[in-house]
Design a protein around this ligand. Structure first.
Ligand code: BTN
Length: 258
């Protein structure tokens, strides 16, 4: 089992916790260095998207990892997946504690959704020395009681928070603690040969069975998602063949026409 010891550094506001964490990684900070901010001025998500980061109503954190045993290029996908699973674990714990029935689902690869609305996301950024990971930064944004009335139009009707979903008051410090505990537990699983990542990820993935359009650099993959590999690649049946997709932006996921 691999344990991560968190060294938490808190900021009132930063451009992005990812950048602060990367600077510290380059200065030799140890694994577990965790940057937490009350707000971000240029929070970022996948594919160059901005991450809406207003003050005091959400968790914005980045954890520095040095998973020396991970050599495969799939390590990046595994860490993204780890983040999404940890968020789902938090939702499950909260649902259990208030006897609510909401369940988080994952929209491939890393969007955590409740009731079809985006609740949270995870972002992994890796630095490589040859085939070896030098360091990785796992960033997570989780909406706790976010007010979306001043959010960009692109989020209109598409995002939610834990408070909205569960209709109970929840504090950012409490959710942060739950999230760090979940990251710690999932990270400990990472090297274990009988880890539940693939099984848990597949069972939480809402994308399987749907028609998908995945935009990649300059191309798109269109077909029906039929499954997911143990490393988080989406298996897509296109009109010509079955392909495994490791990255890209899912721009459409509707039920297949029968
Ligand atoms: C996504 O769903 O696209 C991933 C979103 C990740 C957002 C978090 S918030 C904390 C950390 N700092 C950032 O700038 N991004 C990540």
């Amino acid at each position: 089992m691999l344990a991560v010891k968190f060294h938490i550094i808190r900021f009132a506001g930063v451009p992005s916790t990812m950048d602060v964490c990367r600077t510290m990684a380059l200065q030799g900070a140890p694994e577990g260095t965790t940057i937490i901010a009350d707000e971000q001025s240029t929070g970022r998500g996948h594919d160059g998207h901005k991450w809406y980061s207003p003050i005091g109503t959400a968790v914005y954190l980045s954890v520095l990892l040095r998973p020396s045993g991970l050599t495969s290029r799939d390590a990046h996908a595994q860490l993204t997946l780890l983040g999404a699973l940890a968020i789902c674990d938090v939702v499950e714990n909260i649902a259990g504690s208030c006897d609510c029935h909401h369940r988080a689902q994952i929209k491939w690869p890393n969007d955590v959704m409740i009731n079809g609305l985006k609740l949270a996301g995870s972002l992994a950024e890796c630095s490589w020395s040859g085939a070896q990971i030098d360091y990785a930064i796992l960033g997570i944004g989780l909406n706790v009681s976010t007010d979306f009335s001043h959010a960009p139009d692109s989020l209109n009707g598409r995002a939610t928070s834990l408070t909205n979903a569960f209709n109970i008051p929840l504090g950012v410090p409490y959710v942060t603690d739950c999230l760090l505990a979940a990251v710690e537990a999932r990270y400990a699983e990472l090297y274990s040969s009988d880890n539940n990542f693939a099984h848990d990820y597949a069972s939480l993935l809402e994308t399987v069975g749907k028609k998908v359009v995945i935009s990649q650099k300059g191309t798109t993959v269109t077909g029906v998602a039929t499954g997911v590999t143990s490393t988080g690649r989406l298996v897509v049946a296109t009109p010509k063949s079955v392909v495994e997709v490791s990255y890209g932006e899912l721009s459409d996921a509707s039920p297949p026409k029968l």
